[in-house]
Design a protein around this ligand. Structure first.
Ligand SMILES: Cc1cc2nc3c(=O)[nH]c(=O)nc-3n(C[C@H](O)[C@H](O)[C@H](O)COP(=O)(O)OP(=O)(O)OC[C@H]3O[C@@H](n4cnc5c(N)ncnc54)[C@H](O)[C@@H]3O)c2cc1C
Ligand SMILES: NC(=O)c1ccc[n+]([C@@H]2O[C@H](COP(=O)([O-])OP(=O)(O)OC[C@H]3O[C@@H](n4cnc5c(N)ncnc54)[C@H](O)[C@@H]3O)[C@@H](O)[C@H]2O)c1
Length: 477
């Protein structure tokens, strides 16, 4: 007999795991269908391995650049297989939280296999039919190869396969200067590869504030990475183990030679063969599941969460989606996702952290009544003590000094952005932060300094100045 579940979750990445665990906590009968292994992109091929690789690369970099602190620099001996063992160890240590056992303990049954919708309230997994009251599509995304003649034949690396490398390529061409290209490009360069990053847009990380991409380009170039922006690849071929990429950029056409190519030019949603027509679930022209702010699809019984909806492709967003989708399905459809308040961090060195709207987006949405509070980090004492003064804190404010968005470029920007994310989420005013004392000399002191500067601007207001004048007049000398 076909079993009816309160919730069937398709896909066991972050979005699916959080949806299933939330449903389990609510006492629902929940099945999570996963074709590979629970954990998804973040655990196996995304956040976890990349951050472990970055940590190893940062150590090598510090050894090479210690001279500025009076410590004799040394060229590190990089044992690449040992670095990759460290990466695998990080995955192993985190995996138990996402394991089938952890899911079972949380009340979710893991069904191995590929789920295909066969109707608006039914999925098929192999021979097994699962009926559902509600479902969550959380099938994620995978690397997309751009249609460049000859590229597919080169067996290019992607963020899925780079983890299988057993030796470091001597020369690496990275196609795409987004978060994956910049993070992995910098890390592999620091471990010893000669890296060229090729980006079609006019700067790295084109979705960030323009200053951030420019600052990152400068930092990467200083480390010896060749950064080619406004550059496209027109053809690719391989000859005796050497890859040749024909590129066209601001200085004309040239050939970039490398041993391997890493493609990081974006993702495609995991909706191929999902049976969306049978489910009555509409997709957009790029194949993402179309959802409203409550994450409902065109089938009111089916929600979607995570990368598959193509909004913001981050683990923390996928997790929030999973939680909202499950509670909306099982309790009441009341919770909404607000992508305009989401923070994210690109874990390059310096880190690039962002929350909310960029200045350009804010002007587009709110007209001209937008201001920027900019603090260069040469004025942050902690940055001076660590000889890391190249960054900045850039805060976008509306006419009432409410924080609409922020970008921080700094070694620990990822930790600094959290409190600005709190202000954006609450639509709070920046001066509010000035009364919260921050420890000196911390990196967050920079955010505080920006808030204090904003609050001090209020002291110039005529009414405040008139009050001060009155106080002087009535106070005996
Ligand atoms: C190199 C790299 C670094 C990253 N670093 C960060 C970072 O530092 N911070 C951050 O926030 N984000 C990072 N991301 C992004 C993050 O990994 C993703 O946004 C997140 O993992 C998406 O989770 P998800 O649950 O939506 O999808 P996924 O993790 O892709 O999970 C989808 C799951 O569905 C399964 N599946 C697909 N189709 C079916 C089907 N029909 N039936 C059954 N199962 C199916 C898949 O096997 C997969 O396990 C990084 C990504 C990459 C590639
Ligand atoms: N730290 C993090 O949170 C983190 C890290 C890595 C990835 N991610 C997530 O994964 C997503 C995917 O990352 P991604 O870097 O693959 O994609 P992306 O879409 O963010 O960036 C791809 C880049 O490649 C460029 N590009 C596209 N086609 C090109 C071509 N033919 N030639 C040269 N350049 C080209 C684009 O202009 C863009 O800058 C990110 O958007 C992000 O949401 C997050």
């Amino acid at each position: 007999m076909t079993k009816t579940y309160d919730l069937v979750v398709v896909g066991g990445g972050t979005a699916g795991i959080i949806a299933a665990k939330t449903a389990g906590a609510l006492g629902a009968k929940v099945a999570l269908v996963e074709v590979a292994r629970p954990g998804g992109d973040c655990l196996w091929t995304g956040c976890v391995p990349s951050k472990a690789l970055i940590a190893a690369a940062a150590t090598a970099h510090r050894m090479r650049t210690s001279g500025r602190f009076g410590i004799t620099p040394v060229e590190p001996e990089v044992d690449f297989p040992a670095v990759m063992a460290h990466v695998r160890k990080a995955i192993e240590r985190i995996e138990p939280a996402d394991s089938p056992q952890a899911l079972a303990e949380a009340g979710a049954e893991v069904v191995p296999g590929t789920a295909v919708f066969t109707g608006p309230r039914e999925v098929l997994v192999g021979q097994r039919r699962l009926r559902f009251r509600h479902a969550v599509v959380a099938t994620g995304s995978s690397p997309a190869l751009p249609p460049i003649p000859g590229l597919a034949e080169l067996d290019p690396l992607t963020s899925d396969t780079v983890w299988e490398l057993t030796e470091l390529p001597r020369r690496l061409a990275v196609l795409g200067g987004g978060p994956i290209g910049c993070e992995l490009g910098q890390a592999l360069s620091r471990l010893g590869a000669e890296v060229t990053i090729i980006e079609a847009a006019d700067r790295l990380l084109p979705r960030e504030e323009p200053r951030a991409g420019t600052a990152l380009s400068a930092a990467l170039s200083l480390e010896g990475i060749r950064v080619l922006t406004s550059t496209t690849v027109t053809g690719a071929e391989q000859d005796a183990g050497t890859v040749r990429l024909e590129v066209d950029g601001p200085v004309g056409a040239e050939v970039v030679e490398a041993d391997r190519v890493l493609v990081a030019t974006g993702r495609r949603p995991g909706t191929a063969g999902l049976g969306q027509d049978a489910a009555g679930v509409a997709l957009d022209e790029r194949g993402h599941v179309v959802v409203d702010a409550k994450l409902r699809t065109s089938n009111p019984r089916v929600y979607a969460a995570g990368d598959v909806v193509g909004k913001l492709l981050f683990t923390h967003v996928a997790g929030m989606h999973g939680s909202i989708a499950a509670t909306n399905a099982l309790l009441a459809p009341l919770r909404r996702i607000d992508h305009d308040t989401m923070p994210w961090v690109t874990f390059t060195d310096p880190e690039i952290a962002h929350v909310g709207l960029t200045e350009q987006d804010a002007r587009r949405r709110h007209g001209t009544n937008i201001r920027v509070r900019l603090l260069e980090h040469e004025h942050v004492d902690r940055a001076v003590t660590e000889d890391e003064t190249g960054g900045f804190t850039h805060i976008v404010l509306d006419g009432k000094a409410r924080v609409l968005g922020a970008t921080i470029v700094a070694p620990r920007a990822g930790e600094m952005i959290a409190e600005l994310a709190g202000l954006v989420a609450r639509r709070a005013r920046l001066p509010e932060l000035s009364s919260v004392v921050h420890p000196y000399p911390s990196w967050t002191d920079g955010v505080w300094n920006a808030a204090v500067a904003e609050a001090q601007q209020g002291l110039h207001k005529p009414a405040v100045r008139a009050l001060a004048r009155l106080r002087r007049m009535i106070t005996p000398g």
